[in-house]
Design a protein around this ligand. Structure first.
Ligand SMILES: [Fe+2]
Length: 308
């Protein structure tokens, strides 16, 4: 009996922990000019258009914009967003949604708990998105790499969606240090750029960094409709990480959801800035719901490597 229970537990773990089987990594070389990082467009065309306008204002071309996955999800324009990202030549990796769309799967494999509100609502938005995407978009999703690597100011970076070896793992800022440190060891780079959780943060671990851009398609649960992206800027003695909040036509995005009869809960979120469910959040992140996040930047100073 104990053996049966253990097997069931293992099967449950396997279904939740969607590990990358064969990881495809594309190498981008070195960037000597600012790079714009974003993730989680989530089918929010108004936010994506605002981001592209902001990139142009900052003189950052599309060839220096990197998307960390999930261009398709909750919002009203999945096909238009995927087409815009593809057409602009933005550098992108697979999120769990691209992975599932690319293989004609019937669910988003987001990593939500069975029976949770997030899981229930994911059934609805994924079915809508899956019915909207074209064959070209589906093939594009399937061809995207899982990871990207690049260098800047003598430091190496790996771009992932969830964790380094699991596309749908939620790596929240409040997790223990050793969780991040073991992921950074697997990455084999000085920094990891991640997405999937929807909340922006940067954490330092000695000479290494874990950075999450937050999401472009949904607000950061801070009581404002702003969405988030990041800019990395090479400096003589290091790299500047800048978390940037973006104002955009959030009412237009909410209307697009309502026009398509998508969940009113997520449409309301675009306007209120608060998520409809806190299912996936650790207690530390739950305590900060509704507290406005300030834009901030941090400079990562190059330190000499310790001799082995
Ligand atoms: Fe995701």
């Amino acid at each position: 009996m104990a053996l049966v229970v253990r097997w069931r537990y293992l099967l449950l773990l396997c279904s939740r922990r969607k590990r990358n089987a064969m990881i495809q990594t594309d190498h981008l070389g070195e960037f000597k000019a600012p790079v714009l990082l974003c993730g989680g467009v989530y089918g929010n065309l108004q936010a994506l258009d605002a981001l592209l306008a902001e990139a142009a204002r900052r003189s950052i071309p599309e060839s220096r914009i990197i998307h960390t996955g999930d261009v398709i999800a909750y919002c009203g324009d999945p096909e238009a967003c995927a087409g815009r990202l593809r057409g602009a030549g933005i550098l992108a990796i697979k999120g769990n949604v691209e992975e599932q769309i690319g293989r004609n799967a019937l669910d988003c494999a987001c990593g939500f708990d069975e029976g949770s509100m997030c899981q229930t609502m994911a059934v609805e938005w994924y079915a809508f998105a899956n019915s909207e995407v074209s064959g070209d978009t589906r093939q594009w999703c399937a061809r995207l790499p899982d990871h990207l690597t690049f260098a800047m100011s003598g430091r190496t970076f790996k771009v992932v969606h969830g964790s380094v070896d699991q596309v749908n793992r939620f790596m929240f800022a409040s997790l223990e240090d050793d969780v991040f440190q073991s992921e950074l060891a697997i990455a084999g780079t000085d920094a990891v750029i991640a997405g999937h959780t929807g909340l922006p943060f940067t954490r330092h671990f000695g000479r290494q960094i874990w950075h999450n851009t937050g999401a472009l398609g949904l607000p950061a649960n801070d009581g404002t409709p702003r969405v988030w992206f990041s800019v990395l800027t090479p400096m003589i003695h290091g790299v500047r990480f800048e978390h940037v909040a973006l104002d955009y036509d959030h009412r237009g995005a909410a209307q697009a959801m309502r026009r398509n009869n998508l969940s009113p809960a997520y449409a309301d979120t675009l306007e209120s800035g608060v998520w409809p469910s806190l299912d996936i959040l650790p207690s530390a992140e739950k305590q900060r719901v509704g507290q406005k996040i300030e834009t901030r930047s941090t400079v990562w100073i190059n330190a000499p490597r310790t001799a082995a």
